[in-house]
Design a protein around this ligand. Structure first.
Ligand code: KIV
Ligand code: ZN
Length: 390
């Protein structure tokens, strides 16, 4: 029996993720996070942008020296100085990669780079050739690919492949694409460039329209075999595709995506928690997979279902992604069944009459109070004797 096709997970938490406001990490923090990403099982770890600052160079170098497991990538603009600095920063990693990029959209070429299409093609080819003279593994990204003229994008990708790129990444830099469009780009490139069989195509999606994960999965359907993503979805502006969502989607919907990854799913939550601790802020409670409410149930109907059989309202077990336990949260929508369950876990077995009385007090309290704590529940029992005696 043949194994399912593998999707490489390229983590860019320490590069694109770090580029988001409030997410700067110092070298020690990056190293700690890098060790956790290795434990998570990512295939490629983009450690930083060495030319950006001395600090970034040093942290990429420290990660390259110390970390074993993932391939260590460093970002470089399509410029000699960037590429040579990146190569130096990653030289001690047994597996390494230079990731070089240049815009392919007219809006970037005209208004940011001030170069012609022909100049961009020459610069891209030269950058990939130089990178290949320094390392065996070279990724090329035509930046703003999804807003580029499709024919020109194909031309630039063809030139990068000819120059020796081993991975072609298609960035949806401004989060503009839709799943259908994004999938079609990979299909077209693969059809128009039949010699690209030996190259790995990669997705890189931003979340400006909330479609980063959907677009990444569509890219996989179109033929991409590497997905670039970040823990907790941190990244420029609205962020990057969230690693935990991609990994969980590939597990839960294996029927639709028959692929495997090296991600150790039970490390998803610990990795997310470590990043939150390092950054000093948690992700939104409603964040899929790792948010505080991702496995919390407040309404009576849902609580009843989950207590009878978790599969009624949970599509994966919390344990499968490393979340300690499913969370029954009491609030004004909760029912008797959840209240009884909660009292049982607190060591109180209530008779039917007691439960009815305490439930009436509970709903009155829940109408006034946003969060109900264990002490509040115990407090509801206190006047029990007198009430039960009435
Ligand atoms: O979003 C983007 O285009 C990037 C590139 C540098 C790959 O992050
Ligand atoms: Zn990006």
């Amino acid at each position: 029996m043949s194994l399912p096709t593998k999707i490489l997970i390229f983590d860019t938490t320490l590069r694109d993720g770090e580029q988001s406001p409030g997410c700067t990490m110092h070298a020690g923090e990056k190293l700690r996070m890098a060790h956790q990403l290795a434990a998570l099982g990512v295939d490629v770890l983009e450690a930083g942008f060495p030319i950006a600052s001395e600090g970034d160079f040093e942290s990429v170098q420290a990660i390259a020296r110390e970390l074993r497991g993932p391939r260590i990538a460093a970002l470089a603009r399509a410029k000699r100085e960037d590429i040579e600095t990146a190569a130096k920063a990653i030289e001690s990693a047994p597996l390494h990669r230079i990731h070089t990029f240049l815009s392919s959209s007219d809006i970037h070429l005209e208004h940011q780079m001030h170069i012609s299409r022909a100049q961009a093609l020459d610069q891209a080819a030269e950058a990939v050739r130089l990178s290949r003279s320094l390392v065996d593994d070279v990724e090329f990204s035509p930046m703003d690919a999804t807003r580029s003229d499709p024919a020109f994008l194909t031309e630039m990708v063809a030139i990068a492949i000819q120059a020796g790129a081993t991975t072609i990444n298609i960035p949806d830099t401004v989060g503009y694409s839709t799943p259908e469009e994004y999938k079609a780009i990979f299909r077209r490139l693969k059809t128009e460039l039949p010699d690209s069989d030996h190259v790995t195509f990669s997705t890189h999606c931003h979340d400006d329209l909330g479609m980063a994960v959907a677009n990444s999965l569509a890219g996989v359907e179109g033929g991409a075999r590497q997905v670039e993503c970040t823990v907790n979805g941190i990244g420029e502006r609205a962020g990057n595709a969230a690693l935990e969502e991609i990994a969980a989607a590939l597990m839960v919907r294996r029927d639709r995506y028959p692929y495997q990854t090296s991600v150790v799913l039970s490390q998803l939550y610990p990795t997310s928690q470590l990043l939150s601790e390092i950054l000093g802020f948690a992700c939104a409670p409603s964040k899929a997979i790792v948010g505080a409410n991702a496995f919390a149930h407040e309404s009576g109907i849902h609580q009843h279902g989950v207590l009878s059989n978790p599969l009624t309202y949970e599509i994966m077990t919390p344990a499968s992604v490393g979340v300690p336990a499913s969370n029954i949260v009491l609030g004004k929508h909760s029912g008797r069944r959840a209240l009884e369950h909660k009292f049982n876990t607190l060591g109180h077995r209530l008779s039917r009459t007691e439960l009815d009385l305490v439930y009436a007090r509970f709903t009155a309290l829940a109408d006034r109070k946003k969060s109900i704590y264990d002490q509040d529940l115990i407090g509801l029992l206190k006047p029990e004797e007198s009430i039960l005696a009435v």
